[in-house]
Design a protein around this ligand. Structure first.
Ligand SMILES: Nc1nc2c(ncn2[C@@H]2O[C@H](COP(=O)(O)OP(=O)(O)OP(=O)(O)O)[C@@H](O)[C@H]2O)c(=O)[nH]1
Ligand SMILES: [Mg+2]
Length: 359
């Protein structure tokens, strides 16, 4: 990786910056000394001293590394200079952009890293490791600043029944995620119903019923074209009457710019007053999710968490850094496949470790 190679190159440069030829060049210069110039006095000092210190160090580092000793104790600390990290930060910038982190977030991270790194004192042999750890901890902090709602915790603490809405653009994975969440709740001993409130897309109600049949969850429905809020209202009333704990409300997926959908969703929020609203977005959409989350967040009075789906589908992962940073909405869960158990609690440490590369 660029990050690793940057430091060794730099060390090499320092070693080569004191070549023996230079010492002899200086001697020749001395012969030609006609004008009394003050400059030559300083240079010979630096050129003579540094190779003698550096050469044995590099050999010893290899030897001590192999023997498993602690290098830092032997070599002391160095202070990181701007020039030491400029290549590395350019590399980080490219890595982040290629991982689908948005441009503005990338620039912010780069500047923050420069501020933190320049002037930092690190063990001489540990520069690249220290820098990588620092980058990792900054990214972990950025992506996990606010903890996303934990459904089980929330449900256990709240008055029942609890309506939970799932929102997002079409095809992001809302209905599948609802089925996964139902499995999670059932496994935790809770009772669930589905509100088939996507009355817009062909086959959406049947899709809900397939999941309902497989999981043993009742589906509350009305014909296509019905008011989605009316379906959710029925589902909440049914839950009150039957001691159901959680109402999982499916919604139609359209673009966030679709005004009639927004109007419909606002009405549902007003009437049903869901206790949690999750935005379901597919990680492969990259930074496009930021605008979507911002729009839904603004229009619907606050999203409690993002569920980022399809992280198993060649997603580059940058969305986990960009979304919390650029929207202020935390990531609660990630979807990692099409099975009912492929839903994980978001763990920023784990996911950033995978992006940055451990070791
Ligand atoms: N690989 C993978 N596929 C997923 C994941 N989540 C959902 N899918 C798939 O994505 C496709 C769309 O999922 P749906 O749940 O129908 O998406 P939706 O948001 O409800 O779509 P609309 O109802 O059309 O708005 C389906 O084929 C799902 O199986 C995931 O985490 N990983
Ligand atoms: Mg759906």
């Amino acid at each position: 990786m660029k990050k690793e190679s940057a430091t060794p190159n730099h060390e090499e440069k320092k070693v080569r910056a004191v070549p023996e030829e230079k010492v002899s060049e200086k001697k020749q210069e001395k012969k030609e000394e006609k004008k009394p110039e003050p400059k030559p006095e300083k240079k010979p000092e630096r050129t003579v001293q540094r190779p003698e210190i550096k050469e044995p160090e590099r050999k010893a580092e290899v030897k001590l590394g192999l023997a498993g000793h602690i290098k830092g104790l032997v070599f002391g600390e160095i202070e990181i200079q701007k020039s030491d990290v400029s290549d590395l930060l350019d590399g980080l910038e490219m890595d982040l952009l290629e991982s689908d982190v948005s441009y503005s977030v990338t620039e912010e991270i780069k500047q923050e890293m420069e501020k933190k790194l320049v002037g930092l004192k690190v063990k001489r042999g540990d520069v690249s490791k220290s820098v990588r750890n620092m980058i990792k901890s900054s990214l972990v902090r950025i992506s996990g600043e606010k903890e996303g709602a934990d459904i089980i915790d929330f449900v256990n603490k709240s008055e029942k029944p609890i309506p939970i809405m799932f929102l997002g653009v079409n095809g992001a994975g809302k209905t599948t995620t609802i089925a996964k969440v139902a499995k999670l709740l059932i496994d935790n001993g809770l009772k669930v119903v589905f509100s088939a409130s996507d009355t817009f897309r062909a086959a959406a109600i049947e899709q809900m019923e397939v999941h309902g049949n497989r999981l043993g969850v009742r589906v509350i429905k009305r014909p296509y074209g019905s008011d989605p809020t009316a379906v959710a209202f029925d589902a909440v009333n049914h839950s009150k009457a039957s001691g159901i704990d959680v109402v999982l409300i499916d919604t139609a997926g359209r673009q966030e710019t679709n005004q009639s959908l927004m109007t419909e969703l606002k009405k549902m929020v007003r009437v049903i007053q869901p206790k949690l609203k999750f935005y379901v977005g597919e990680s492969i959409a990259g930074s496009a999710i930021i605008d979507q989350v911002n729009e839904f967040n603004k229009e619907l009075g606050g999203i409690d968490g993002v569920i980022l789906t399809k992280l198993d589908c060649d997603a580059k992962g940058g969305a986990v850094i960009s979304i919390p940073h650029a929207t202020g909405v935390p990531i609660s869960y990630i979807g990692t496949g099409q099975g009912y158990s492929d839903l994980e609690r978001f763990d920023s440490e784990k996911i950033i470790g995978a992006i940055v590369g451990e070791n």
